[in-house]
Ligand binder design. Structure first.
Ligand SMILES: NC(=O)c1ccc[n+]([C@@H]2O[C@H](COP(=O)([O-])OP(=O)(O)OC[C@H]3O[C@@H](n4cnc5c(N)ncnc54)[C@H](OP(=O)(O)O)[C@@H]3O)[C@@H](O)[C@H]2O)c1
Length: 259
């Protein structure tokens, strides 16, 4: 067997279909690109059409199969509509990546019900509803990969974690519950745990050079994360060689969490 064939056996996503929420920006976009380049047909889901169109255009230019769905994952009807539209593109997915997320940071004393509800809806309820829609089908077909993007704030408070940290902690628990339910049927469920990654989500922090340098110093690698740092871990967790890895939180954080 050539090394190329061996690598394909371990990691190829040829013939697989993936749905990536938040796939039009930051970490989600990098993951969508990695899965598509590894062979999967990818549907990216988010609200803003211009970013979705640009992402799919870039993937198609690289010879990948890709489609987009514009939907608000902050409402249950929006999630349900997104799921059905996503299936219409390439069929039922084998891989679900939940990267769409919001981080609203009012101080705890001012954290109102609206921020709480939005945070829980996008960060926690949408992954739950999409898992319930796609998980049983994956289990029936005997192959599935569910990957949630959580946060170091699932494990520790950091810059007004407020509702955000709560939603991410619950998302890690959701992954374990899903893993317990569906792993016997070939469906693994894991989380990717970012530290501090330079994306539009944290523009407030990443636009301050002193804060950026201070955060980089807290990692072991000596720099902050880039969206592309998630490519390899996502391909691994989406592919055949991670069949015995389930219910896990995989930190992609340059050592931030253990420093
Ligand atoms: N960057 C970091 O340092 C960091 C650290 C820890 C965890 N994370 C997590 O990593 C994930 C990706 O974050 P990122 O940094 O890549 O952020 P980003 O660049 O802001 O991307 C967020 C994505 O989510 C989509 N989205 C947000 N609200 C949505 C809604 N209501 N309905 C549908 N789509 C929605 C956005 O598209 P639209 O706005 O067009 O809808 C966008 O595609 C998030 O879950 C975040 O919590 C990030």
């Amino acid at each position: 067997m050539t090394s190329q064939a061996y690598l394909s056996q371990l990691f190829s996503l040829d013939g697989r279909v993936a749905v990536v929420t938040g796939g039009s920006s930051g970490i989600g976009r990098a993951i969508a690109t990695a899965l598509a380049r590894a062979g999967a047909a990818v549907v990216v889901v988010a609200r803003r059409e211009a970013e979705l169109v640009a992402t799919v255009g870039e993937l198609e230019e690289q010879g990948c199969r890709a489609a987009w769905v514009s939907a608000d994952l902050g409402t249950r009807d929006g999630v349900r509509a997104a799921a059905e539209e996503a299936v219409a593109a390439f069929g039922e997915p084998d891989i679900l990546v939940n990267s769409a997320g919001v981080n609203l940071r009012p101080p705890m004393g001012e954290l109102g019900e609206e921020v709480w509800d939005t945070t829980m809806a996008v960060n926690l309820e949408a992954p739950y509803l999409l898992g319930r829609r796609f998980g049983p089908g994956m289990a029936e077909r005997g192959y599935g990969r569910i990957i949630h993007v959580t946060s170091q704030q699932a494990h520790r408070a950091f810059v007004q974690s407020g509702a955000y940290g709560v939603s991410k902690g619950a998302l890690e628990s959701l992954a374990r519950s899903q893993a317990e339910a569906w792993s016997p049927y070939g469906v693994t469920c894991n989380t990717l745990v970012p530290g501090f990654v330079m994306t539009p989500l944290n523009a407030r922090l990443s636009s301050d050079p002193d804060k950026v340098a201070a955060l980089a110093a807290r990692t072991m690698v000596g720099r902050n994360g880039l969206a592309e740092d998630f490519a390899g871990a996502a391909v691994f967790l989406a592919g055949p060689s991670s069949a015995y890895v389930t219910g896990q939180s995989v930190f992609v954080d340059g050592g931030f969490s253990v420093h």
